[in-house]
Design a protein around this ligand. Structure first.
Ligand code: AR6
Length: 173
């Protein structure tokens, strides 16, 4: 296990890191869950930048990521990624979820963000099985870090006990 990977339980909007990741939808116009919490706490500057991105490139596809300011958040940036909706596992959901982690890390590196926090993408409204999602997240991040020296910390921040316990076991904590 890479020592740069850490685990926390709580609210991602409180974290003072270079970038927090948002589990957004392809409209980038906000929503419920962690997306709603981030837009509420970060203020309208985040939505204004999302609107500019939508005007430029027409939203964000599943598995891809875009970056905005953190607005009023303690984090400098918000990286918005769109997780797959779980549809039983035969719609490339696992690869698309891995892409969310890879593309978020790439965009962090491109913006010199060295500390980055991930929520449990797709495991709420999008109903991705939590155990499968956690295994993909941990594996994908570790593989990415093997070939990267600029990221100094990746925090998995879990909101619910079930996710927290899954990550604890997977990370050997
Ligand atoms: N901090 C950290 N994690 C949180 C927080 C928080 N403040 N609030 C919720 N979570 P979800 P999805 C966890 O539904 O499944 C939105 O409406 C939560 O416990 O936020 O990717 C978007 O606009 C869960 O484990 O995201 C999309 O339409 C995890 O965040 C859609 O939901 C993800 O749950 C995306 O669905």
């Amino acid at each position: 296990m890479d020592k740069r990977v850490t685990l926390q339980q709580g609210d991602i909007t409180k974290l003072q890191v270079d970038a927090i990741v948002n589990a957004a939808n392809s409209s980038l116009m906000g929503g419920g869950g962690v997306d709603g919490a981030i837009h509420r706490a970060g203020g309208k500057e985040i939505l204004n930048e999302c609107i500019k991105i939508v005007n430029r490139q027409g939203g964000c596809k599943t598995g891809e990521a875009v970056i905005t300011t953190g607005g009023n958040l303690p984090a400098k940036y918000v990286i918005h990624t769109v997780g797959p909706v779980w549809g039983g596992g035969n719609r490339k959901e696992e690869q698309l979820l891995a892409n969310c982690y890879i593309n978020s890390l790439k965009i962090a590196v491109n913006n010199n963000a060295q500390t980055i926090a991930f929520p449990n993408i797709s495991t709420g409204v999008y109903r991705f099985p939590k155990d499968k999602a956690a295994a993909i997240a941990v594996k994908t991040v570790h593989e990415y870090l093997q070939n990267n020296a600029t990221i100094s910390e990746v925090i998995f921040i879990c909101f619910d006990d079930e996710n927290y316990n899954l990550y604890k076991a997977l990370l050997g904590l």
